[in-house]
Design a protein around this ligand. Structure first.
Ligand code: PDD
Length: 287
């Protein structure tokens, strides 16, 4: 099947899609991105991802490339053209193309937009989630604005590679106090020894995960005890359960941390229940 990408105003064949060599995203990582899960051809948690996109752009003083209504149309078109029923949509907005200079182009240039969409095998993902996965821990080494979803992902890429080399699905960043901040591409959660759900608060230097926020709602509705409070690696290793959340991972149970079993090393009831409840909620709210 042919794939299509949206590049600066038009859909082109994926294999031929290209941006200029002086795109500031390419040279300076001067841009932001968003990822939406797609269920049954529709965008999950759409409003949350749009809100964060506008905030990321505003924080970096990059112009909005189009209105939310227009962007929704283009994202849906990317889904349609790529025949995605279950999958992901990726959007990247950079400050644009200009002669290389660290400071912003003056006069400003139009932001550059790239959108891709791809299918995900949700049957395989369910089977993987039922088995559970591992995480490894790595020292936190990112800049102080991880609340902005920038395309500057080198520490995240290195962390993810470390995870891959240890047979793990994700790496958890750990700050100088020994507290887990978040994953390389997900938020981190545990069900602590007392049975309380715990995830780091958003005052910390982490991404305000959209999946995290929706899941907090699902948890409140289910009446489960939850605290937005940091946890140490030791607490995580001694926890009853652990899991990660994100547009890619949805809710994915974690059964080992640095090779140490969490609980009995099998997927726990809370994580598997929350995965089902999150997917149900996301499907119901998808647009
Ligand atoms: N990553 N933390 C980081 C560092 C992330 O990169 C992500 C998402 C999350 C979870 O956010 P959300 O629930 O809004 O997807 C947390 C995306 C999926 C990615 O980089 O592919």
């Amino acid at each position: 099947m042919s794939r299509f990408a949206y590049v600066n105003g038009r859909f082109v064949r994926h294999g031929q899609a290209a941006v200029h060599i002086e795109d500031r995203g390419y040279q300076l990582a001067d841009g932001v991105y968003e990822v939406w899960a797609v269920f049954d051809g529709k965008l999950a948690d759409a409003a949350g991802h749009f809100a964060r996109l506008w905030r990321s752009l505003d924080e970096l003083r990059i112009a909005h490339p189009m209105s939310e209504a227009s962007l929704t149309i283009v994202l849906r078109e990317a889904i349609r053209r790529n025949q995605v029923r279950e999958g992901l949509v990726y959007l990247q907005v950079t400050r644009g193309v200009a002669r290389r200079d660290h400071a912003f182009p003056n006069p400003a240039v139009p932001p550059a937009v790239v959108i891709t969409a791809r299918s995900v095998d949700r049957v395989a993902a369910e089977a993987k989630a039922a088995k559970g996965s591992g995480v490894v821990t790595v020292p936190e080494n990112r800049w102080g604005r991880c609340d902005i979803k920038t395309i500057g992902l080198l520490p995240n890429a290195l962390a993810k590679q470390a995870a891959r080399e240890h047979g793990a699905i994700e790496a958890w960043f750990v700050d100088e106090l020994g507290l887990v901040t978040e994953g390389a591409s997900s938020n981190a959660w545990i069900v602590d020894a007392e049975g309380r759900l715990r995830t780091r608060d958003t005052q910390a230097n982490i991404l305000r995960g959209v999946t995290r926020l929706t899941l907090l709602d699902v948890i409140a509705e289910a009446g489960l005890p939850v605290e937005e409070r940091p946890f140490t690696v030791e607490e995580a290793k001694a926890a009853k359960e652990a899991f990660i959340t994100g547009a890619g991972s949805l809710v994915t149970p974690i059964v080992t941390i640095d090779g140490v079993k969490v609980g009995d090393g099998t997927v726990g009831p809370v994580a598997s229940r929350l995965r089902g409840a999150y997917i149900e909620r996301a499907k119901a709210g998808a647009i």
